[in-house]
Design a binder for this molecule. Structure first.
Ligand code: CTP
Ligand code: CA
Length: 235
């Protein structure tokens, strides 16, 4: 048999990555948002590009200076969850891999005021919220029909009842993604010498990989698991 030349293992593949954190407007100058920098998603997009993939990065409120400059990464900037959903779904058509690294707002205000909300005397009006669509769950529901590898992220803390991994397992089964990267956050984790410690679960909640190190190290380990899946589903 002819030996297969060792090349970039994602050559010819199309990969979609979402990064950053969505913002939901309250009025023209205010929003509900989160502290996600987008660095893990950017690291994934860059690593996938270096491994030969054609990458679409859907970036929600990611600082310009950290956006990738690689020729094979196309960047789409969005702000809200509904914009992120549209951009990810459009890019996901025909993609081999979709990775949801963005921190997506679970809720959004029912309405955004057309003008700046004024301070009034008396009690402020409550903010009424509605639930956003679960983009990852939607992608997961379609993944077999599309022959796609769908990946999610979950930042978890333990609580009195259950540990990080138990929460992660429950989420992996509920979401139905091929892979869920579970990251323990809180207290002294996520900072310092070991910026990240990630356990990768499959849809059944079983551990398929562990990664520890920089966001780049985590990106490479996760893409190893993705490449394994691609080989398993297309050969
Ligand atoms: N996610 C998504 N759409 C949402 C919420 C989350 O696609 N509306 C994705 C995130 O991008 C991430 C994964 O789902 O890849 C897990 O997000 P997380 O917030 O941990 O899960 P939730 O289902 O929102 O559960 P909870 O916040 O209650 O822990
Ligand atoms: Ca959430």
């Amino acid at each position: 048999a002819t030996p297969v030349p060792a090349g970039p293992d994602l050559a010819g593949r199309t990969v979609v990555v979402s990064a950053g954190g969505t913002r939901e407007p309250l009025d023209p100058v205010r929003f509900l948002g989160n502290r996600s920098s987008g660095r893990q998603g950017v690291a994934l997009a860059v690593a996938a590009a270096h491994r030969g993939a054609r990458v679409t990065l859907v970036a929600a409120n990611v600082e310009d200076v950290i956006l990738p400059r690689e020729a094979n990464v196309e960047v789409h900037q969005v702000e809200t969850t509904l914009q992120l959903r549209d951009a990810v779904r459009a890019a996901a058509t025909g993609a081999d891999v979709v990775i949801m690294a963005a921190a997506v707002a679970d809720f959004r205000p029912v309405a955004s005021a057309g003008h700046k909300i004024k301070k009034t005397s008396g009690a402020p009006a409550p903010i009424e919220l509605v639930t956003n669509p679960d983009i990852l769950a939607e992608l997961a529901a379609d993944r077999l029909r599309r022959g796609q590898v769908v990946v999610g992220f979950a930042a978890e803390t333990g609580d009195g009842q259950r540990g990080v991994l138990e929460h992660g397992r429950e989420k992996a089964r509920r979401k139905g993604a091929d892979l869920l990267a579970v990251n323990e956050v809180g207290a002294d984790l996520g900072f310092g010498d070991v910026p990240n410690e990630v356990t990768v679960l499959d849809a059944a909640g079983d551990v398929v990989a562990r990664a520890r190190g920089t966001k780049g190290d985590v990106a490479e380990a996760l893409l190893d698991a993705v490449a394994d899946r691609l080989r398993a589903t297309t050969t």
